[in-house]
Design a protein around this ligand. Structure first.
Ligand code: SAM
Ligand code: SF4
Length: 468
């Protein structure tokens, strides 16, 4: 099979037509799409355009209700937790929105040594994290791509007390086939990359220098990753650069292309919004700002359009927005994050936020975030079971689509949460968490309850890393 080299699957004219048609649809047609969405089989581009045109407050309420129902049915009350680990902020590109851009002289550059990477991983392990997203700028001084492979190895090798990082996801610049084969051998979880904007003209306006200027090389990256055998890929848009409706439809085209080519779509979609960044005018004044209400709308639409794809929200967002969007469809969140290389060690030493990529909207510790979301009734999950058992890519989706994945996710979420509570939580968080675990067990169907209770008991008796 020839690997795509051009972004022929992103068709701006088709997006334009769909958006225009969507705007002409009446209330009845919007409601038809909402009924279809509740079948949880996903939506077409045209359907998504219809939902994107909603402005009537009643219909908006109905959209949110539908998204809540789908989220609840597929994901229950679970929220997967991860932390980013920034290893280097050297970069050969000049993306006008990012503090790491080549010509920004106001940011202190740093590439962590392997000892420093291990130290960052240790701090994350000791706070209770099990999943890490490795992040780097697009330039690896001296060592080239080998540097990233060494960092992954250092993270996996770090052990502290009863803990370790069990899944390393990676967000680094687009790679060629050989590098993707090497990433697969390094046993990464998801390869993640955001297109930033699918709108070509905007893309060339905001990417001034470096390899990232090549729109086609970036947009075809998941074709190379999947051809090299990486089965879980994550796509995304940096919202605020171009009209969000266009971007959501383009995401749908990208999903459709991957499904048609590889039989499975992306494992996750990330929805970052532009945040202020040192040395970036555009980050403070986004050309196409996405208001909070529109942001909630786009999360709800994505939930209905691709019900089985995880939606990731980062600490770019405030605690308030994070809470609102959990209910609408977000299934994974970062917590306790630092976005500068060495940020966790600096924080431990009392230094803050030098050289960070963008401003954080949520500064709370992992323990505080866990307590907050558990208090809201969501089960923080540190589960890495599917990845470790090889339930990835199409195998994962084949279980997810008929709804069978909850047989695994629900018990594993509870056992991994119990592990967190026993080993890392403050007393206050532990009390909230134990109450939630007991309440959740009480409301489960008998079969899941039996499996879950046994797993949780094993953790309470001292077993670690148990999953089904
Ligand atoms: N250098 C690689 C790249 O550009 O794909 C990977 C790492 S980059 C640090 C990760 C992501 O950060 C980018 O894809 C972009 O979407 C996001 N980002 C950059 N500047 C941002 C800002 N000001 N606010 C929010 N997100 C930002
Ligand atoms: Fe470099 Fe990525 Fe930032 Fe662009 S977004 S300047 S490629 S780190």
């Amino acid at each position: 099979m020839a690997i795509a080299e051009k972004a022929t699957f992103i068709d701006e004219a088709e997006i334009g037509r769909a958006l225009e048609t969507g705007l002409r649809r009446g209330v009845g047609e919007v409601r038809e799409v909402l009924v279809k969405a509740l079948e949880m089989k996903g939506l077409s581009m045209e359907d998504v355009a219809v939902l994107a045109s909603i402005s009537d407050p009643d219909l908006l309420g109905e959209l949110f209700t539908a998204a809540r129902r789908v989220k609840e049915h597929i994901y229950g009350r679970r929220l997967v937790i991860f932390a980013p680990l920034y290893v280097s902020n050297f970069c050969g590109n000049d993306c006008t929105y990012c503090a790491f851009r080549l010509r920004n002289k106001d940011v202190k550059r740093r590439a962590l040594t392997q000892d420093e990477v291990s130290n960052e991983a240790r701090i994350l392990v000791e706070s209770g994290h099990k999943r890490v997203l490795l992040v780097a700028g697009e330039s690896y001084p001296n060592e080239g791509f080998e540097y990233v492979l060494k960092c992954i190895d250092s993270i996996y090798k770090t052990k502290s007390g009863p803990g370790e990082i069990r899944r390393v996801n990676v967000n680094v610049a687009p790679l060629g086939m050989d590098e993707f084969h090497a990433l697969k051998d390094a046993k990464i979880g998801t390869y993640q990359l955001f297109q930033e904007t699918y709108h070509r003209e905007t893309y060339s306006r905001v990417h001034l220098v470096g390899k990232k200027r090549d729109f086609d090389w970036r947009v075809t990256v998941m074709d190379r990753a999947m051809s090299a055998g990486i089965q879980d890929v994550g796509i995304g848009v940096l919202f605020g650069l171009w009209d969000w409706r266009f971007e959501v439809l383009a995401l749908m085209q990208h999903v459709r292309h991957l499904e048609q080519t590889f039989g499975v779509g992306p494992h996750t979609i990330s929805v970052p919004r532009l945040e202020p960044a040192i040395g970036s005018e555009i980050a403070t004044h986004p050309p196409k700002p996405v208001a909070d209400i529109e942001f909630r709308k786009l999360v709800a639409i994505m939930r209905l359009a691709v019900p089985y794809t995880g939606i990731i929200l980062s600490t770019r967002e405030t605690a308030v927005i994070r809470r609102e969007t959990f209910a609408l469809g977000v299934s994974q969140i970062s917590a306790g994050s630092r976005t500068n290389p060495g940020g966790y060690a600096e924080e431990e030493g009392g230094i803050t936020e030098d050289g960070q990529q963008f401003s954080l909207g949520d500064h709370r510790s992992l323990d505080e975030v866990v307590r907050d979301i558990a208090g809201l009734g969501y089960v923080p999950s540190f589960c890495t079971g599917c990845y470790r058992l090889g339930r990835v890519g199409k195998d994962f989706m084949d279980l997810a689509k008929p709804g069978d994945i909850r047989m695994h996710c629900d018990p594993n979420a509870l056992s991994s949460f119990e592990e967190y509570l026993s080993d890392y939580a403050s007393q206050e968080t532990r009390a909230v968490g134990e109450r939630l675990i007991n309440d959740t067990l009480a409301t489960m169907d008998p079969k899941s309850r039996d499996v879950s209770r046994k797993l949780v008991e094993r953790v309470r008796l001292g077993k670690r890393d148990v999953f089904v």
